[in-house]
Design a protein around this ligand. Structure first.
Ligand code: FDA
Ligand code: NAP
Length: 448
């Protein structure tokens, strides 16, 4: 029998990206205030070790939010897990301030996340994919019971089951490809970019194309233009040109913690207005700096009469045919009804992501989960799925709640506050149910 099977956890976290890492911190910092005893938690992550969009850790990529929107500060400004605490520990706080920049590189922020994660490795199982959640057989619907979480170990494929009173699903965004296009060793989605790029002989890449007009597309286009000085780089852009991400102060308020209430308690019209006016804070938009850099490169090539960076505007991909190592891309341009096919050696689809979708994990539990008129999951303000009274356990979402909680659902902006709200909810509901604290083996060891 494995160690987990003997235990009942207050919380099992599914996925260990920034959201559930922030939750682990919130639970730990809450423990000091929980007179009823510590909350026991275990997290399962399918990657072999911690990683935050590693395949997009491009050398010059910067964060798209202030470093102060870290894992903890907005919830607890004196947290020992803040970005400032990390800088202090690393001996870079003074130079960071001299740098006068709100936006660290993604590489530095990744180091911060790894530093924070190192304090929680006793609670995380890596190489562990959660494949299903179900109601434990001994549960009595509507009265008592708990959840069982099924986990598959990466290398061995061995399955084990963990018991939980609550689960927090935080499995992240799902890469989106145009319908009918299959990925292979030369057709990549941006989410796998660096891994695929490192596997290919780069001197074979004489012509490459990047599809999309969002931040990922612009960053990859710039990277390939730098990394392949011998290659032609085509940017296939559905708009007439890249549009800027609005991060000016008033628009940025849509990412404030208070905006979650305005969105959640607003009317359908309120929510529609958020999207109509402010989608351009995040989707299909690019940071000002990179737009100007790409334009300057293009202009310099004109001046030198040596063009290898091409922008195919108002253009989408119709289909892709493969012949050996060559790819023939059929394009659909709104400027030219007779678009020429484009032959390339590699093709990157920076075509965005679908929202987190927990249906597959929920399986039969889905019948307890209520949906709105559009068929989307209903969620409480505390991110708990609205379920029928038969389900005596909590299923919380970190992600996948854009329709109920707004634009921050898939972002870092509100991660500290959101995790705190989920931790509060779990702790208060436990107290309300009069449940005895469950002390995990880890927690027992820690409290000695
Ligand atoms: P995230 O996707 O990070 O983590 C989910 C984890 O769950 C993954 O580690 C995955 O392996 C794991 N998992 C999935 N299924 C599983 C299963 N069945 N069992 C176990 N584990 C499972 N936002 C922002 O506010 N500022 C920014 O600067 C950026 N930058 C940025 C760069 C890039 C390249 C992308 C693609 C996105 C961003 N984002 C962003 C948005 C992004 O969603 C956000 O930064 C976080 O990744 C959200 O953290 P999560 O933990 O919710 O998801
Ligand atoms: P995105 O913003 O959703 O952009 C996807 C782009 O692909 C859009 O321009 C979309 O056009 C286009 N597209 C979709 N299907 C297409 C097709 N068939 N043909 C041509 N174009 C197509 O996705 P993203 O750029 O990956 O960004 C996702 C999230 O990650 C955002 O939150 C972003 O801020 C974040 N991110 C952050 C960083 C960073 O921190 N440095 C880096 C990368 C990404 P339409 O608009 O017409 O659909």
């Amino acid at each position: 029998m494995d160690a987990y099977a003997r235990e009942m956890y207050d919380v099992v976290g599914i996925g260990f990206g920034p959201s559930n890492l922030s939750l682990a911190i919130a639970l730990e910092e809450h423990e000091a205030n929980v007179s009823a005893g510590p909350i026991s938690a275990a997290f399962f992550e399918r990657q072999p070790s911690f990683g935050w969009h590693r395949n997009m850790l491009l050398p010059s990529a910067t964060m798209q939010i202030s470093f102060l929107k870290d894992l903890a500060t907005f919830r607890n400004p004196v947290s020992r897990y803040s970005f400032i605490a990390y800088l202090h520990t690393s001996g870079r706080l003074v130079q960071f301030v001299n740098n006068q920049n709100f936006f660290p590189t993604r590489q530095e922020f990744h180091q911060y996340l790894e530093w924070a994660e190192s304090n929680f490795s006793d609670r995380v199982s890596y190489g562990s994919e959660v494949t299903a959640i179900r109601l434990a057989p001994e549960s009595v619907p509507g009265e008592s019971g708990h959840l069982q979480v099924e986990v598959r170990q990466g290398i061995t494929g061995v399955r084990r089951t963990v018991d939980a009173r609550n689960v927090v699903i935080s499995t992240g965004l799902v890469p989106r490809m145009p319908s009918g296009v299959e990925r292979d060793d030369r057709v990549w989605h941006s989410s796998e970019f660096l891994q695929k790029y490192r596997q290919i002989e780069t001197h074979d890449l004489k012509r490459v194309a990047v599809v999309g007009a969002g931040q990922s597309a612009a960053e990859i286009t710039r990277f390939l233009h730098d990394a392949l000085p011998h290659a032609r780089v085509y940017a296939v852009i559905p708009s007439y040109g890249y549009s800027v991400a609005d991060d000016t102060p008033f628009a940025n308020q849509v990412f404030d913690p208070a905006a979650v209430d305005d969105y959640y308690f607003g009317t359908e019209q309120t929510r529609e207005a958020f999207w109509r006016y402010h989608k351009n804070t995040n989707y299909s938009v690019v940071d000002d700096e990179i737009i100007r850099d790409l334009h300057r490169r293009s202009y310099d090539e004109d001046v030198r009469n040596d063009r290898r960076l091409y922008f195919l505007n108002l253009t989408r991909v119709r289909d892709v045919q493969r012949a050996g190592t060559e790819l023939r891309v059929r394009l659909h341009s709104l400027l030219d009804t007779e678009s020429e096919p484009l032959d390339v050696d590699a093709l990157v689809f920076a075509t965005g992501y679908d929202t987190m979708q927990p249906t597959g994990l929920l399986g039969d539990l889905d019948r307890y989960c209520l949906r709105d008129e559009a068929g989307r999951y209903r969620a409480e303000r505390d991110y708990r799925l609205v379920t029928t009274p038969e389900l005596p356990c909590g299923i919380y979402l970190q992600g996948g709640t854009e329709h109920t909680h707004g634009l921050t659902s898939s972002l870092l902006s509100n991660v500290a506050v959101r995790s705190g709200e989920i931790a509060d909810s779990i702790i208060h509901r436990r107290a309300g149910q009069g449940l005895e604290p469950v002390v995990s083996l880890d927690a027992a060891a820690r409290t000695g």
